[in-house]
Write a protein that binds this ligand. Structure first.
Ligand SMILES: [Zn+2]
Ligand SMILES: [Zn+2]
Length: 311
């Protein structure tokens, strides 16, 4: 962007943002920026540090502060911070984030938000990471205030906050659905267990399946087998891969043992002879439940006798 364009944009934003000179005898509200006389203000707020103390050469320059207040409306929002935290067991260290989010919702014109539970309230804190940006203290200039409540906030920031809140609202209305792996793999099922879909929230669809590129021998085809499979693993098999040293026979064993609920009681887990990843089973369709290409009943029986022999 050229200097001219950027200064035009800056000027346009400044015009839209509507920051005006502070009237005589008034102070800006620390959150919404409106000018209040001490009589109109509901409370005194923390001053804004416009410039930090420091040295210019050898000359000490003290910090430059802008005193602020809380207007009645922003004081009412602040009064909601503690009840919100107590209702939703949010820790004390989160007080600033809760305050920022409540003020941001106020800046958006107060969309009515009722939390269903703790997770819901915490999800909103996560969903609006930039909420603090609505504070008049951010980027404030000496002797100025907002023409109207939150008029100083960049309209682009307001738009992005509005989108974040809308996304959060949509996400909490979601219901989990079966999600198939992306179509770009060689087979459309978990290359390990063969499950065809995993139930998850549509907004998390991109995080459900993990892409893998695995050799046929690592899928249990035996040493000397050639070829490789380009595909995906389901969350359970991905965990098994992470708990071993990458996609391979050890991960396959760990995944199926975990699926049948095998609790390791001896140091050496049993070795399942001839175990193969689903992707090696010629013509097999993805299944509704994992490991349908394996004789699970036989496996459970042999595990029971293995434990009987080991103890
Ligand atoms: Zn205010
Ligand atoms: Zn799987």
């Amino acid at each position: 962007m050229s200097t001219t364009t950027s200064s035009v944009v800056e000027a346009a934003r400044a015009a839209l943002a509507d920051v005006i000179a502070l009237p005589e005898g008034a102070l800006p509200c620390r959150w919404c920026g409106v000018a209040c006389t001490r009589e109109q203000a509901a409370a005194v707020a923390e001053p804004i540090v416009l410039e930090r103390a420091g040295y210019i050469g050898t000359r000490f320059v003290p910090e430059v502060l802008q005193q602020t207040v809380l207007c009645g409306a922003c004081a009412a929002v602040e009064a909601e911070v503690r009840p919100t935290m107590i209702r939703h067991l949010i820790a004390g260290s989160q007080a600033d984030r809760v305050a920022s989010v409540l003020h941001a919702l106020d800046a958006l014109g107060g969309p009515a938000v009722t939390f269903t539970d703790d997770a819901d309230a915490l999800a909103l804190l996560e969903a609006i990471p930039g909420a603090h940006a609505v504070s008049f203290a951010v980027g404030a200039k000496a002797g100025t205030c907002s023409a109207r409540r939150f008029a100083h906030v960049d309209p682009l920031a307001i738009r992005s906050l509005r989108e974040s809140v809308a996304r959060w609202m949509r996400a909490r209305l979601e219901t989990p659905v079966p999600i198939a792996p992306p179509a770009d793999g060689d087979r459309r099922g978990c290359v390990f267990c063969g499950v065809g879909t995993v139930v998850a929230l549509p907004s998390k669809a991109g995080q459900v399946w993990t892409e893998v590129y695995v050799s046929a021998s690592a899928l249990g085809a035996g040493n000397g087998a050639s070829g490789a499979i380009d595909g995906h693993t389901c969350p359970a098999c991905t965990v098994a891969i992470a708990s071993t040293d990458g996609p391979g026979v050890a991960a396959l064993q760990a995944a199926v043992l975990r699926f049948v609920g095998y609790e390791r009681r001896s140091l050496t887990p049993p070795t399942i002879q001839g175990l193969r990843g689903w992707a090696l089973v010629e013509g097999a369709r993805p299944s509704r439940t994992p490991w349908q290409h394996v004789d699970l009943a036989g496996l459970r029986r042999s595990l029971a006798s293995f434990e009987g022999g080991a103890s």
